[in-house]
Write a protein that binds this ligand. Structure first.
Ligand SMILES: [Zn+2]
Length: 357
């Protein structure tokens, strides 16, 4: 064989070999592209990459080539081997990823919404009541929930054995070594009025929001714990008209400018004269409905001019000063404001209810 012939034969052989390698690469790339799981990858490894695989067969055929051709073909084979392995490893890593992380964290899933807490609906209304009275010049006062009988009853013109004490079923506190019936859970926030007047000479203008306690059986309108927001105003020349103006302004700020107010005669030992006061029905706005028994009015609470006897307990000059006081059930106002029909809903802590506000 001449040198030319052998060269020519070898060239044809090498060209065919390169064509086969191009074809091998095409098949490998396609198989890699469509491999979608570990089984398919393993099949590829056995087909192309192991010692008896297709690529290895080409290395064996190097011996068939002219010595001068071997480096060129060998270099091409080494390039392919490295490229196959790199592409195979990359795909293996990509397929392994979902198994390790993707099952736990799917970045396309919507996030988990954490619920935020919120102020209790009753306290939201109490806050509104407070801010209305503060805007009218009232200060906010508070006092103890466990109270002395003196402040809860006696200084409010309710001496022991006064029949009006029966109006309020009281929780008395049994304290070892202390005479019975001396301490109690306050039945109203009125003791705060006495404590405030003891400390301050007129003018006094306060509200006393807080919890009170009575031995009532729970039902839709009664709870052994409820909230009051009483008010007191004492100064020179204070009249019943000031009381009416204050409560009317409050009603209109809380429920709307169409609200009206009316007084009916009432009795409380600590006020004289005393009255029950009503607001325009918040449901029918005065037209008449089931809630207001077709009267157009709903009962709110009691009010009146501070009884002169009360001033005697706090050293106020009853000849010089007059004042008014009112009671107010914050729970009742919150029920009307929020459309809640059962007071017990405020104390059940049912988040399905609480989330609605
Ligand atoms: Zn009504």
């Amino acid at each position: 064989m001449s040198e030319v012939e052998s060269l020519g034969t070898s060239t044809v052989k090498v060209d065919g070999l390169f064509a086969e390698l191009d074809h091998l690469q095409t098949r490998f790339d396609e198989a890699l592209r469509t491999a979608s799981n570990a089984e398919a990858l393993e099949q590829m490894r056995l087909t192309y990459l192991v010692r008896k695989g297709e690529l290895a067969q080409f290395f064996k055929r190097l011996g068939e080539l002219e010595a001068s051709e071997r480096p060129r073909v060998g270099e091409r084979l080494n390039q392919l081997k490295n490229a196959f392995e790199a592409a195979f490893n990359e795909k293996s890593a990509a397929l392994a990823k979902p198994k390790d992380e993707g099952d736990l964290i799917d970045l396309t899933l919507p996030g988990i919404r954490r619920r935020l807490g919120a102020r209790h609906p009753l306290l939201q209304v109490v806050d509104e009541i407070k801010s209305i009275f503060v805007s009218m010049g009232f200060a906010i006062e508070s006092g103890p929930e466990a109270e002395l009988d003196y402040y809860n009853f006696e200084a409010l013109n309710l001496p022991p054995d006064h029949p009006s004490r029966d109006m309020q079923d009281t929780f008395y506190l049994a304290i070892p070594g202390v005479e019975s019936n001396k301490y109690l859970l306050r039945t109203h926030t009125s003791p705060v009025q006495i404590r405030t007047m003891e400390k301050h000479q007129p003018p006094v203008r306060i509200i006393a929001p807080g919890r009170v306690f009575r031995r009532d059986a729970p039902d839709a309108t009664h709870s052994p714990i409820f909230h009051q927001c009483e008010g007191l105003c004492v100064d020179e020349g204070i009249s019943f008209a000031d009381l009416k103006g204050t409560l009317l302004t409050f009603a209109q700020k809380l429920f709307g400018p169409d609200m009206k107010i009316r007084f009916r005669p009432g009795f409380f030992p600590f006020t004289e004269p005393s009255a029950e006061y009503d607001f325009t029905c918040t449901i029918c706005r005065g037209k008449g409905c089931r809630t207001c028994k077709n009267t157009g009015w709903i009962e709110i609470s009691g009010a009146g001019m501070v009884h002169p006897a009360v001033y005697g307990f706090v050293n106020y000059d009853s000849e010089r000063y007059t004042g008014y006081a009112w009671g107010m059930g914050a729970d009742r106002l919150a029920m009307l404001k929020l459309g809640v029909e059962d007071i017990r809903m405020f104390f059940d802590n049912d988040v399905r209810f609480l989330r609605q506000f």
